[in-house]
Design a protein around this ligand. Sequence first.
Ligand SMILES: Cc1cc2nc3c(=O)[nH]c(=O)nc-3n(C[C@H](O)[C@H](O)[C@H](O)COP(=O)(O)OP(=O)(O)OC[C@H]3O[C@@H](n4cnc5c(N)ncnc54)[C@H](O)[C@@H]3O)c2cc1C
Length: 411
Amino acid sequence: MVKIYGRRCTPAGYAIRDFLHRSDIPFEWMELTSDAEAASLAKVQHLSDPRLPICVFHDGTRLECPTIRQITEKLGWFKSPSRAEYDLAIYGAGPAGLSAAVYGASEGLGTVLVERWTLGGQAGSSSKIENYLGFPDGIGGWELAERARDQAIKFGAEILLARAGTRAEFPPGKGVVYLEDGTRITARTSICATGVAYRNLGLPGEERFFGAGVYYGAGASEATLLHGEDVYVVGGGNSAGQAAMYFTQSARSVYVVVRGRSLKSTLSKYLLDRVLSSPKIEVKTCTEVVALEGDQTLQEITLSDVRTGQRQSAKTHWLFVCIGGRPQTEWAEDVGIVRDEGGYLVTGPDLRDFPCDRRWPLERAPLHLETSMPGVFAAGDVRHASIKRVASAVGEGAMAVALVHRYLNSS
Ligand SMILES: Cc1cc2nc3c(=O)[nH]c(=O)nc-3n(C[C@H](O)[C@H](O)[C@H](O)COP(=O)(O)OP(=O)(O)OC[C@H]3O[C@@H](n4cnc5c(N)ncnc54)[C@H](O)[C@@H]3O)c2cc1C
C-alpha cells in the first residue's frame, strides 16, 4: 500500500493517483487540509510546500513530489531495452498494442512494447467494459489490461512503461525510434498502436485546472474523492455514459452535458437505459460548457444553451471531459508517413485515396494495416477509419502481427 500525502485538487496528486489506480497498485490518499497536518503527517513545512505530494511506500521509502518515472523505478517496473534489435517494436499498450504483444511474442518474434504511461490505454480508464466478448458480467479495463500484460510477459514480450516514443527514422529494412529520454529502439518492423489522446474543451484557463477540477476521460481514480458533491460530465458517448454511471456511486448528483438533442444516437442502448433511469443523473441536452472559473482549483462552470445562448452558472469542483480524442502522430508527418486530415494513420487499400508525396517504394501493394512506410503498421484507434472499440483494437493488434510475418517472409 502506498500512502500519498497531498493537498486537494493538485495536478501532481492527480497524476500519481491516476497512474497507481490504472496500474492496480493499492494506495491511500491522505488529504492535508492545514499547515499543522502538513507538518505532522507529511513532515513538510506547510500546505504549499513544493515537496508535496509525498509518497510513502510499504518499505518506508519516501519520495517527495515524485515523477511517474521515479515511481516506476521504485516499483521495479522501469526497464531498459535488453536487445540491440527486435523483430517487432510496438508503441502503445492499449488493447491493440497489448494484443499485438501477445501474438508477436507467442509466435516467436523478439517483441518489445513501449508505453508512455501505464497499461490499458483508454480501455484502462473504463470502470467496466460490458460489451467485450467473453465477459458477460463485464470486466474492469485495468483488469483486462493486466491479464493481457501477464499473457504477453508469459510469452516473452518485453514491456517498457513510462517511456514515450517521440521521433522515428526508417533506414532501409529497419525502424529506429527515439524515446523521450534518448533511449533508442531498433526493430525490423513496428506497429503504431498509440490510440488517441483526450480532446480538451478549448476554453480559456482550461490547462490551469487540469488535475485541479478538470479531468479528461473517466477519471476513475477520483470517484472516491467526490463524495456527496455535484459532478459534471461533458460528452454523449459511451465513455461519458460509463463515467456518469460510475460517479453515481459517490456523487450527490451527476450532470451529463451534451450539445445534441438527446443521447439516443450516441450512447449504446444498455447504457442509455441506465443513464436515463438513474435518479442521480440529469442529462442537460443542447448545452455546452463555455467558461471555467476558480483560483487555484475549479470552483464554477458556465453552461450555455446552444439554441438560445442563454447562460447559467453552476458551482462544482469536478468536471470530467469525455469528448473523444485525437491521435498524436506528428512524428509520422516528420518522416512522410501518410495521415488523414485528422492526423490518423492511413493504411493498406485506403492509401489509394490519399495523395502521397513519397511514392510507395515496392512493387507489391501495401498490406492491409501497413502504413505508407513498408514494415510500419498501425492498429486500433490511431488508424484512419478504425472502429473505436476494444474488440476491434484487439483484433487489429492480432491481424497486424500476421501481416508483420508476411512482411518479414517477403523481405
Ligand atoms: C472511458 C472509456 C470507456 C470505454 N468503454 C468502452 C467499452 O465499454 N467498449 C468498447 O468496445 N470500447 C470502449 N471504449 C473505447 C476503447 O477503449 C478504445 O477504442 C480502445 O481502447 C482503443 O485501443 P487502442 O489500443 O487502439 O488505443 P488506446 O486505448 O488509446 O491506447 C493507446 C496507448 O498508447 C499510448 N501512447 C500514446 N502515445 C504514445 C507514444 N508516443 N509512445 C508510447 N505510447 C504511447 C497511450 O498512453 C495509450 O496507453 C472506451 C473508451 C473510454 C475512454
